[in-house]
Design a protein around this ligand. Structure first.
Ligand code: ZN
Length: 149
């Protein structure tokens, strides 16, 4: 495993749309392992592939309840609403209030290509939304209603 460089605010790659993953090979596994190591070292709870310079629909999340890997994720259901502080490893030190659904259901594939459904509430629901946004070139600052100090 290796630590990859996290792309920061201002990097054009963060504004680009990612491509669907079609090949589930060893290289994808290495990317996922590297992303997880990079995220945990940076003390983040989620990381999307464009944040390490790769324009592929790949996400890793760990909000404290274990590692979740999402390939080609798609939000298929949301419910409720939550308002809370959000940050991003690509925007160090920046936190703002963002409104998100309180419950999110995601359809995705695992590293072998097998489809599965993941559900989350509160922080996990927030992470699903935040990371899926990255795959379409969107960042949380577009949604901030108030910046926090
Ligand atoms: Zn982010």
């Amino acid at each position: 495993m290796a630590i990859r460089q996290i792309r920061k605010s201002g990097d054009e790659i963060l504004k680009k749309r990612c491509k669907e993953v079609k090949i589930f090979d060893e290289k994808l596994g290495i990317l996922l392992d590297d992303m997880y190591e990079t995220m945990t070292k940076a003390e983040g709870v989620g990381l999307a592939a464009p944040q390490v310079g790769i324009l592929k629909r790949v996400v890793v999340i760990d909000v404290g309840s274990g590692r979740i890997e999402l390939i080609n994720p798609e939000i298929i259901e949301t419910d409720g609403e939550q308002e809370g502080a959000e940050g991003c490893l690509s925007f160090p030190g920046l936190y703002g209030t963002v409104k998100r659904p309180n419950y999110v259901k995601v359809k995705a594939q695992d590293r072998t290509g097998k489809s599965f459904i993941a559900e989350g509430e509160e922080l996990l629901a927030r992470a699903f939304c935040h990371e899926c946004d990255h795959l379409d070139g969107h960042v949380f600052t577009e949604l901030v209603t108030e910046y926090l100090k």
